[in-house]
Every structure is written in C-alpha cells, then in structure tokens.
Design a protein around this ligand. Structure first.
Ligand SMILES: Cc1cc2nc3c(=O)[nH]c(=O)nc-3n(C[C@H](O)[C@H](O)[C@H](O)COP(=O)(O)OP(=O)(O)OC[C@H]3O[C@@H](n4cnc5c(N)ncnc54)[C@H](O)[C@@H]3O)c2cc1C
Length: 368
C-alpha cells in the first residue's frame, strides 16, 4: 500500500516524509507517542509555547537549511543570550567583556586578557590530569570557580577533580561585548512553535499516533516496501548486543501567577548548591520580557543518570558505546530494506539543522 513506512514523526521522519511525498511516493508515518514532532514538540500552556523535551533554539550557518525551515514556519529573531546566576551574582554568557567587567571591573579587552593570563600563570599545571586543572589552565581561577565548576559537576554528577581533562578541550572566551551564544549566521524560534512547523511538513501525509512499531512489527512491515526507522537502533535489534547508554535530563515544569519570572529565556545556575542546572522561562523565546500576560511557565532542568526505560536524551560519546554502536551499524547495513536515521537511529547527537541536512541528503539519495 505504501512506498515508505516512516517510524517516528520527529524532524528526521517529517523531512523524509515531506520530500518523498513531494516526489510522488506514498508514505505512512507512525509514532508511539500521542503527538507529532518528536523531541522538538512544543505544547500550548496558557498561550505560551512550552518546549516539553527541553529548550530548542534553531541556529545554523547553512542557508539552504534556513531557507528550508522558513518555508514551513515563520521564525522570530530570538538570539540566545543566557545569563549565569552564581549565588545571586548575575553574569552574561558566553564569557565575554560584559562577564569580565562584572567579575573584575575591567574596562578594556587588554585588561581582561591580562587578568586571565595572570590567573592562568599563577595556577598553571603542566600536564592537566583532570577537568579542574584543564579548565584553570584555559580560563584561570575566578571564571572556573564561579561559572564552570558547579555547573559541570551537576551535569556529570561527580567532582571536576574526578572528571577527565579531555572533556573540556577549549572554553571560548570573547574579548568583545557580544552576548550572542551561538556563532551562527541564522537563529530564531518558530512564532507558532515547533509542532506547527512539523505539522506543516506532514501536511497531507497519513500519520498514526500511539503506534509502536516494535509492538506490531510484522503487520506494519507488510504495509510498505521500505521502512525508515528513527527509533533507537539497539531496540530495533531487541538489544541483542546489549543496550546503548544515554545521559538524561529531568524537567520540572511549573505555571506561575506572574507575568515575568526571570526576565530571560535561559538562566544557568552555576553554583553547586542549587540542585538544578538551568531554569527556562518559555515565554521569552517568543515574546521578549515586555509582553503583557498574567502567567508564565518555567522548567527547572536536572541532570540525571539514565537507566533503561528512561527517555534517552544524549548519546554517551565514549569508546565503549561507540564500539557497540559500530556493531549495531553492521547489522543495520545488512538490512537493506530499512533506512536508519535521526538521533536515535544513528546514535548521534544532532542539532536540528544537521538532522534536516542529513534527512535531505538521505531522501535525495534514496529517490535518485
Ligand atoms: C535536551 C535537548 C535540547 C536540545 N536543544 C537543541 C537546540 O537548542 N537546538 C538544536 O538545534 N537542537 C537541539 N536538540 C537536538 C534536537 O532535539 C534533535 O536534533 C531532534 O529532536 C532530532 O530529531 P529526530 O527526528 O532525529 O529524533 P526525535 O525527535 O527523537 O524523533 C524520533 C521519534 O521516533 C519515535 N519512536 C521511537 N521509537 C519508536 C517506535 N518503536 N515506534 C514508533 N515511534 C517511535 C519517538 O517517539 C520520536 O517521536 C536538543 C536535544 C536535547 C536532548
């Protein structure tokens, strides 16, 4: 009945389905969740687009991808400029002249550079053995103590002295007054939320929600000539080589009776005492802080250890998991009727722009 059964209504599946349909192929998209859009899903709470699976900021240097997404959604001019809260002291991120002025009262780039150099030289370790020594070598003690240490320890769940040095290769410092977090030519958030963007990609395409491919594989396979699978690759093979590991995040979302909680979309808590790593205030992705409205929605983010059954968020980028994925990839390559794609199908951290790039390349190769 169908040319393609597309497992997963996330960004990869939706781009693939859109392009294949435009080329005259019949597609059926299924998802085990009760909504489309995968992890970029946004839902309306009190008129605010809430990012249920974590804050998503679209940014890219690829003009083709930027033009592509703008066909399906109108983007605002949101620029990510997080603020760090260290025990009530607020600093601009990424580390730039605003940060250095607040920290040391320095006025010029030369003064800021001298201050960092002085601290690096005083505490330099020849062969850094752990993340703490490495970070101090890179940015000196003050930035490390106030802006790196607590946040990193919460993210990894262990002290910086027990983390390997290689995790931090560089810590970007800017000697300009530029709070724009991303070095990207194009950046923004869809005005109507990401779910509307994905709905537009899937316009006119049959979608079945609450449908778990792995629970009914034979019957679903029989519906289509080929399968595009964007779920976890190890689950596809019944974990027969073992389970791939992930890092997880827990979100605690709350609606508050106030128009404006923190004045910014993203505030990082960089001390070690505050248990969460960030607070996201969703309305600021779209409105800016001056928009009226009596309520606001915030999400506190907690780093969490992942165990099988939890929502998989970030693939673990280490040797053990890389080797296991390579073995699953061999099995996948032998399945020529199934195309594995997306962050779970390829066990890879992908930003949204990369997912679109890869999905477009894969569907074009497929249809050529
Ligand atoms: C916390 C967090 C924050 C992020 N922030 C950003 C950001 O700011 N900017 C950015 O560019 N990128 C960001 N990303 C990356 C972004 O989320 C991904 O690029 C994108 O979601 C990948 O899309 P996908 O289609 O590959 O995967 P998904 O969105 O995960 O879609 C896969 C879909 O497959 C479905 N599925 C799985 N198994 C089955 C099954 N057996 N049967 C049926 N359906 C199934 C799932 O339910 C899911 O809907 C972030 C990621 C995380 C984890």
């Amino acid at each position: 009945m169908y040319d393609y059964l597309i497992v997963g209504a996330g960004l990869f599946g939706a781009v693939f389905a859109h392009e294949a349909t435009a080329a005259g192929k019949r597609c059926l998209v299924i998802d085990k969740r009760d909504h489309i859009a995968g992890n970029i899903y946004t839902e309306d709470v009190e008129g605010i687009a809430v990012h249920r699976y974590g804050a998503h900021i679209f940014h890219t240097n690829n003009k083709e991808v930027w033009d592509y997404v703008n066909r399906f959604a109108e983007f605002n001019r949101y620029t990510n400029s997080p603020v760090a809260n260290y025990k009530g002291e607020l600093y601009n991120m990424p580390f730039n002249m605003n940060t250095f002025n607040k920290m040391w009262g320095v006025i010029t780039p030369a003064e800021a550079q001298a201050k960092i150099e002085e601290q690096r030289a005083a505490h330099y370790t020849e062969n850094p053995q752990n993340l703490e020594e490495q970070a101090i070598n890179l940015v000196g003690t003050d930035i490390y103590e106030k802006l790196v240490k607590g946040y990193t320890e919460k993210q990894w769940g262990r002290p910086c002295t027990a983390l390997p040095a290689f995790i931090i290769k560089r810590l970007p410092v800017r000697f300009t007054f530029d709070n724009n977090y991303f070095n990207a030519l194009y950046q923004g958030i869809p005005n109507e939320g990401y779910t509307a963007l994905v709905a537009n990609l899937l316009d006119g395409i049959e979608v079945r929600l609450n449908t778990d491919y792995l629970a009914d594989r034979a019957a679903l396979d029989a519906l289509a000539k080929k399968v595009v699978y964007t779920g976890p690759i190890d689950a596809y093979f019944d974990y027969k080589l073992g389970a791939l590991q992930y890092r997880s995040v827990r979100f605690e979302t709350e609606t508050l009776d106030m128009p404006n909680y923190q004045g910014n979309a993203v505030v990082n808590y960089t001390d070690s005492e505050t248990p969460y790593t960030r607070i996201i205030e969703h309305k600021h992705f779209v409105f800016g802080s001056t928009e009226p409205g009596t309520k606001t929605v915030i999400s506190r983010e907690y780093s969490a250890e992942w165990k099988p059954g939890d929502e998989p968020y970030y693939p673990v980028n280490d040797e053990e998991n890389g080797a296991l994925y390579a073995r699953y990839k061999e099995l996948a390559d032998a399945h020529s009727h199934v195309l594995f794609g997306g962050r779970l199908g390829e066990y890879k951290y992908y930003d949204m722009d990369r997912v679109i790039e890869v999905a477009l390349a894969r569907v074009r190769a497929e249809l050529a």
